[in-house]
Structure formats: C-alpha cells, structure tokens
Design a protein around this ligand. Structure first.
Ligand SMILES: NC(=O)c1ccc[n+]([C@@H]2O[C@H](COP(=O)([O-])OP(=O)(O)OC[C@H]3O[C@@H](n4cnc5c(N)ncnc54)[C@H](OP(=O)(O)O)[C@@H]3O)[C@@H](O)[C@H]2O)c1
Length: 205
C-alpha cells in the first residue's frame, strides 16, 4: 500500500519502520522536515522521504494520523479532497482534545465526510507498535469505525506489523470506547506501575 504517515514522533516512527520492513511504500509528512523528530526518523530510515504534509498526502492510498489529536482541526481542511482515501486515526484525546469533537476520529469524519476513516493503533504503547511479539506470539490490535474498507486495510496493516489479530471493535459508536481501552493500557502501564512492556491479548475457549 502507499502509506503516508502524518507525524514523525514515537508512533509514526514505529509504524513507518514496521511497514517498510513489510514491503509497503511509506512517506512521512511533517510540518518541519528539519525538526529533531523528523531528523531522528531520517537517521533511523535513511531511504525514507519526509515531505511537506501537502506533498506527502498527494499520492497516498492510506493516511495515518500520528499527531496530537487537536492537530486534525487545521490539518484535515488543509489537505483538499480526501474522498475515498483511507484515514487511520491513531491518536488518543488524553492530554488534549479536538473540541468541539470528542476525538480526532469524530473531527476527521466531520471535516472529510467522503473519506474512509478508522480508529486503530491507539490502544498500545509505541514500543508494542514497533515490536508486537511477546514470547513468539503476536499481541492483538483493535479497530473501530463504520468504514469496512478502512477497517480491512487497518487489519492487514496490523498483521503486517506482527499483531496476531486485529479485532473488529465495532462501528463509529465504539470509537470513544476504543480510546478508553487505550486509557486502560495507560492506566495499567503508567499509573499502576506495570511498565510499558505489557499488552492486550484476547483469549478464547
Ligand atoms: N506514545 C504512545 O505510546 C502512543 C501510543 C498510541 C497512540 N498514541 C497517540 O499518537 C499520537 C502521537 O503520539 P507520539 O507519542 O508519537 O507523539 P510525539 O512523539 O510527540 O509526535 C507527535 C508528532 O506530531 C507532529 N505534529 C505536531 N503538530 C503538528 C502539526 N500541526 N502538523 C503536523 N505534524 C504535527 C510533531 O511534529 P514536530 O516534530 O514538528 O513537533 C511530531 O512529529 C498522540 O495522539 C498519542 O495520543 C501515542
């Protein structure tokens, strides 16, 4: 897939590296390609191109939002026609919120109504996005939103990173619940002191 990642931080870097290894075509869009974070990615992935956000979005099939959530309020309207593009929202409205919307997903849906939007890659730490394998088995990912095409793309991209299964978490009405799952991971990892090397795995019998 032709993937453009908007944001060159912890999450963007982990996802981009994994998808390049899996054979995808990955570009980064940055507001400043000389920023320390962008430079860190360029050092990590010397062949990857980091462009202006506008240029990076042009040929993309999949856009992945890995910025603070409120950034989408200005970002999405600046990108022109996003009809049919798959947009994966990996943000969590933990420290900041894209008011008046409860999450970046809701803002993107309102600002780009013809795009195919899904919430995914938000429920675990960036270390787990970079390496989702524990004791030889992939941990699980979850995706929420009404767009089946976006959910299928996110699921394939999750498995390409090494997640064992990307579970369908439900439609648009489950997006806020999926952010609460992310908050649950943050609670266990950081507030309850279990550390960032923990992950969610669904078991069945
Ligand atoms: N950290 C985690 O473990 C984790 C896990 C899952 C989801 N998330 C969510 O993922 C998102 C990113 O987290 P992160 O830890 O990767 O953050 P981060 O390391 O701080 O990176 C954020 C990136 O967003 C970019 N950015 C900020 N404002 C921008 C704008 N107006 N236009 C374009 N780019 C902009 C920053 O660019 P500059 O370099 O120019 O500042 C930076 O590259 C957050 O919403 C977070 O809640 C985080």
């Amino acid at each position: 897939m032709k993937i453009t990642i908007l944001g060159t931080g912890n999450v963007g870097s982990a996802l981009g590296k994994g998808w390049i290894v899996a054979g995808h075509s990955v570009l980064f869009g940055a507001r400043n390609s000389a920023s320390p974070k962008a430079q860190k990615i360029q050092d990590l992935l010397p062949d990857v191109r980091i462009q202006s956000v506008e240029d990076a979005v042009k040929g993309a099939e999949v856009l992945v939002i890995t910025t603070p959530p409120e950034v989408v309020l200005d970002l999405i309207p600046s990108l022109g026609d996003l009809s049919g593009k798959i947009i994966i929202d990996a943000t969590n409205s933990v420290r900041t919120r894209p008011g008046p919307y409860p999450t970046a997903f809701h803002a993107i849906k309102a600002l780009a109504p013809s795009a195919e939007v899904v919430k995914c890659f938000n429920t675990t730490g960036f270390e787990n996005l970079a390496d989702p394998v524990y004791q030889g088995t992939g941990i699980d990912m979850f995706a929420a939103g009404n767009s089946l095409v976006a959910k299928q793309a996110a699921s394939k991209l999750a498995r390409d990173l090494g997640f064992e299964t990307c579970y369908d978490f439900g439609g648009d009405d489950k997006v806020e619940l999926l952010e609460k799952l992310a908050l649950s991971w943050i609670n266990l990892a950081l507030m309850q002191g279990l550390g960032r090397n923990i992950a969610f795995k669904l078991v069945k019998r």
